[in-house]
Write a protein that binds this ligand. Sequence first.
Ligand code: TRP
Length: 451
Amino acid sequence: MKTSAKARDSFKSNLGVILALIGSAIGLGNLWRFPYLVGTNGGAAFIVIYLLCIVFLCMPIMVCEFVIGRRSQANAFRAFEKLRPNSAWKHTGLLAVITCVILLSFYVVVGGWTIDYFVKSLRMVFTPQTDYEGVFNSMVSSSAENIFYTVLFLAVSAAVILGGVRKGIERTNKYLMSALAILIVFIVVYSMTLPGAKAGLNFLFKPDFSKVTFRVALNALGQGFLSLSIGCGAIMTYASYASKKDNLLKTTTVTTISDTLFALLAGMAILPAVFSAGMNPGEGAGLAFISLPYVFAGMPFGKLLSILFYFILFAAALSSAISLLETIVAFLKEESNTERHRAVLLSFAVIVVFAVLCALSFGVLSGFKIFGLTFFDFFDYISSNICLAIGALLISVFAGWKISKEDFYDEITSGGKYKIPKWLLGTLRVFVRYIAPLVVAIIIINSLIGV
Ligand code: TRP
């Protein structure tokens, strides 16, 4: 087929779409947030609740994002305008793009740390005697170092996006995801053989139902949104490049299963190693950048492992960052009718400003607070805890109430191409219309009143 210069970008294959979605989903959220949350929220009990949230709430909303994106074949802003012309719904699209800007601004700072630590591992600066807290603190508080790696990470993301959907996003994700799959299995196998590994597995998989509270359920759902990249138009944007022939339910299911599996593998790679070194896993952000380098330094082949681990962290962060950047670029490109490279340049310029503010919030701007939080923490808090949930709520309401039942089913079945049982479609619709909005609204109210 001959394509005109104006033809919209698209993925080459269904596998390309799936890998790009998995790339977006697997990120820093899986590698350090998930293992830590599991450990502190009741182990296997948390995993059970997390899985329930994923299946009954996150997946239906992911399907909605996919339906809206693929049906409209437009960027996150235009998608709502196309499906519901001249309505206030376009503001939902705008909110999604703004959420991406906020999320990406602090995400690239952590992305920068992954390059910094990768380079440090290559230079073999880590020894059992190193003061790891000191290394971390001096990295984040050094304006020059922090800004350099933040901008470098953003520049790499922009370079991928510059290559377009097929040559940039699709190809990069193919390489990165293959590398991730191989390396994580390698590290898990290694981790399992360490003395004391069992304590780590117990921490991860032993259910402690006494820890399960309403708060734990909220954490599980929030983690589900963050991990599956739901709520800010990233899935919508990738879906808009997907073929109408692709099986929507298969694509979203494979993405969800891969992301969840990877989160569990990350836990199985990290926690046994942390326990084996006799350290406390409840460190949050410090786990990846303070405890782990120490753990690696004391292990046989530790230098190699540390290089591999920071490469994994970098690859996961990069493939997630590009999905956020593409959502912004697609919006700018199509709404101002400009070339891709101009849209990339403009996005880069905007994000750099916010990202530098986030990077500096550990150093010279550490005293500058918004609602008592530094730029970095504030951006993290409003995007992960509030904007994503509001986005997810609006997306499910839109798909459930503003897209007709016929259109919704038509999109999911690719115009009847895929035979999906009536009961499944009906159940999905009930979740999208009633259950998901209700539960997500409860979560938003809870996080706003700070329970
Ligand atoms: N899913 C990614 C993670 O686990 C983060 C992420 C990338 C994201 N793109 C997103 C979250 C879009 C929400 C929306 O780290």
